[in-house]
Design a protein around this ligand. Sequence first.
Ligand code: CS2
Ligand code: MG
Length: 402
Amino acid sequence: MKIKGAKVLICSPGRNFVTLKVYTDEGSYGLGDATLNGRELAVANYLTDHVIPCLIGRDPFQTEDIWQYLYRGAYWRRGPVTMSAISAVDVALWDIKGKALNTPVYNLLGGKSRQGVLAYCHANGADINETVDAVGKHIEEGYLAVRAQSGIPGLKNTYGVAKKKGSYEPAERGLPSEHAWSSEKYLLHVPKLFESLRVKYGDDVHLLHDAHHRLTPIQAARLGKELESYHLFWLEDAVPAELQEGFRIVRQHTTTPIAVGEIFNTVWDANILISEQLIDYLRMTTVHGGGITNLKKVAAFADMYHVQSGCHGATDLSPVTMAAALHLDIAIPNFGIQEHMPHTKETDDVFPHEYFFEKGYLQPGEKPGLGVDYNEKLAAKFPYQRAYLPVNRKLDGTLWNW
Ligand code: CS2
Ligand code: MG
């Protein structure tokens, strides 16, 4: 079997997605997600101009060699644009491989290690009462784990909280908006939210929280400490993680489990975090973390240090990434939890898929390959629209660590 061609498909059914479709000389194809929120076209051009021409004629079964060719062979390693492009190729090739061997991708990764993939969803509200109600709704829907975020008194907008009622989408169309942030106000508020949640829903439901990289290590340590009696499943992205050693301070002070890594691209973003056991969950997922080939290796390394997976699953990762994550989640021994932020109906219609949610768990489905398709005709009705993540400034305008 040979790769005959590939094309980049861009659409915006409510939000932007970049998808790579790789074709073989035997008439089959595979899909890979190449979406990098707010930087979509950079990856699209990287693929079209620099990667696709190098794929033609290669054997799509050589997932390892093609990965190394694109990573080591380029000379310029790492970074979100490069790694999203490599991921898209890698995931598309695993899809082709699964289809050719007539089996779901999880069977090529060791087979099922569990019956389902524990999922957490997002609950958010303008204040504590609204968030408490939102958590209740998700418990009623069957979720066993819920991430809770709430607006903060004195701040106009809070990242992770919907501006209007309804589902939350991280990116906004047009140029970036600016939010004002105060770690002081935030730190006073969050423990109150989790106290209300435990009083209302008891101890069984798993509760999670995302600080979106807004704190310094000592502030994160304080937050972790104050949240200990509410026994969170995890506290995510408390600190920006470029300085991995910074997590030593957090770890020394608190037993709240720590998650990080949705913006990591390679194992070199997490080698200290993992090998020094500074974290409990790694958030890397296929689309920005080098595809299935890389994630499987990173997960095996993490497993040696008691670190579990917690794949990113926000709406800016397409259903192709969700499917790839689920095949991996169900197979690896050290799976922890999977984020599930359901897509809009328009997105689900463009990407028909086999995976589904039932009674707290996600299932990858049994279709050969990844079990996701792409409706090109429908996608053409939703052209790309520029959109960005918001920029955060402190109350005095500073852009440093918030
Ligand atoms: C969030 C995301 O899902 C999460 O944990 O942090 O909303 C994230 O900020 C976006 O996916 C960024 O594109
Ligand atoms: Mg996050």
